[in-house]
Design a protein around this ligand. Sequence first.
Ligand code: ADP
Ligand code: ZN
Length: 745
Amino acid sequence: MPSPLAMPADTADAAPTYPPGAQVAVLLPLPVDVYDYRVPEDVTLAAGDIVEVPLGRRFETGVVWGAGTSDVPAGKLRDIVHRLDVPPLNEPLRQFVAWVANYTLQPVGAVLRMALNPARGGQAINRVSVIVPSGRSCAEVGVKSTPARDKLVATAGRGAFSTAAALARAAGVGAGGVSDLLKAGVLTTVSQAATSMFARPDITHALPRLEPAQTAATRALAEKVGGGFSVTLLDGVTGSGKTEVYLEAIAAALARGKQVLVLVPEIALTAQSLARFVGRFGVRPAEWHSDLSGKVRRATWHDVATGDAAVVVGARSALFLPFRDLGLIVVDEEHEAAFKQEDGVIYHARDMAVVRARLSQIPIVLASATPSLETVINVRNKRFQRVHLPERYGAAALPPIGLIDMRAHPPEKGPWGRSWLAPPLVEAVNQTLAAGEQALLYLNRRGYAPVTICRTCGHRLHCPNCTAWLVEHKLSRRLMCHHCGYGAKLPETCPSCSATDSFVPCGPGIERIAEEAMARWPHARIRAVASDTLDRPSAVAELIDDILAHRIDLLVGTQILAKGHHFPQLTLVGVVDADLGLSGWDLRAAERTYQMLHQVAGRAGRAEKPGRAMLQTHDPNNVVMRALAKGDTESFIAQEIESRQLLSMPPFGRLVAVILSGPDLVAVTAVGKQLAAAAPTGDDIEVLGPAPAVLAVLRGRHRHRLLLKTGRDIRPQPIVADWLARVRIPASVRVQIDVDPYSFM
Ligand code: ADP
Ligand code: ZN
């Protein structure tokens, strides 16, 4: 187990410097401790400088972390090769890296890797090619001018887009249009200095006209900007104008010459955020997510470090960007579980964002219509402040949520076979389609059927690598494992009893719901949407375009459609299986189900036309369903708090999960037993397990879990570090530590 490093020593204002010949510690982006090197002739280095050093027989990029401390004889020290011509990692970021490592019990180098990776490429960061208008209009080159094409040209003129997908996304139109315009010569590609990749946002570009509640909220947030560290929950129902309000907080930070970071939970949500930003400030912000090319990634990293990129909208890893002068962080949809990074360095981006704000002494705004319980408690304890928007903007009203008791209204069998939609929901879809409006049927399950069973012997097809059923996907004609990606054709005979033609699908996924919808509404334009059909951001942009232009009447989709989006024509949301997600042991099952259903219901009736939501449930008396139907968030939260308090579960206690995995079950079990024997004891300290994980085998590796539970006022990290140090762990067993776990699989 690597020892967590202390904070960098330089807490004074100016970073300490190291003259030629000095011994310095260099932190490498690897799961190792610091190594000492010698500063070469002719340079003086400072803490934070990014340098290239020899490591074995190769070279590695690292960061000068402080004075060297190892007692290697000076003659044996290797020389630093050179200092890279990029801005140094400033002290708040170095402190942040060390803090995250300490908290998550990960090697500092592994955390540094996230902050440094784009600078490691070694290639020049100074030029990128971007798509711009050529200056010739559609008419001049003889292609038809359409609204979508005009939008593309206008958008390309406002910002630097390095890919067709990025341009199409920002313009909110399909990507095909970009290549057409490039071919026709209306758009063209030029090479640009990276420093001009991001134009300065214009805070007067399109000033909003705010409603009184929004004005009050904006004032409250603007007051925080420039006032040191603070955490504010911006809490308002879906469609109340939270985005509108935090854009003004961003304007306030920009007015002071500061940089801003906006964290969003998933790439699919960046498209609309970007469009809103362009609408308000006239330019595109920098974006940061896994879909960027290496070149754009390096250029963005560089411009964030120089301060040329004023605003970054990004996924959780944007938290580790080297902002020169960060003045505000916004975390949109702060309750989202997607902020939890589940592999590599396991961390919660919302929680770490609060830490980064504190270390940088700047304000942070957490926005949500359904704040997490952790945040609600922090508001109650006065650690966080709260700004509230109680109503939807304009004429829009919150949709009433109705429950359909599936025991009283079972779905009727149709000529197509078994069905999943209850008569009241079918009737509501009929009415919506007849009125020329759009409907969404929501089911958070990809594929056709979650389980495939042999009718003769009852055998269920399962993944050879994981403890999981194979999911039938009709569109791709394959059985898929949603955990490891294993795929196979449906076998002709049952592997257990050899019966032929004996497989039957069991339960619905969205493909099966779409099949029923097509049979029921043959004239409707129906689209099934899940993460596997929307694997590129441009596919998301095309879909949004199709929905907004009303080229789709009925959507059947998973959670990828449920959040953040604003579709004015959508007036009905039907939830096919509201109980899904409530079963199984998960600390936050009720909370997450509540948030999810509240969000998806919130897609309905966001403009003038009133909307409604209907939830199909077998358990209408469940706390979650009752609270949703009554619109009574308060009492739901009160009950959740009470039950967590009773069990001393987070946020009233602390959890650290230890996950053991390896190809050899005997070795994994043995380590589990040793850890249990060495388990820490004490007041308010408890170790549960080891026990096989729910996903007992994943990608061919056996998994066992232990869970450390402590009181709220105990720091679990030193306890865990000490515990693991007492057990010898063979190389074949991997130990993962998950502080504040969100997944219990
Ligand atoms: P939220 O982020 O709370 O879901 P949004 O900021 O997306 O809410 O606002 C919902 C819709 O109302 C958006 O289409 C937005 O443009 C519109 N809207 C909100 N406030 C205003 C305003 N003051 N002026 C014009 N449109 C507004
Ligand atoms: Zn699998």
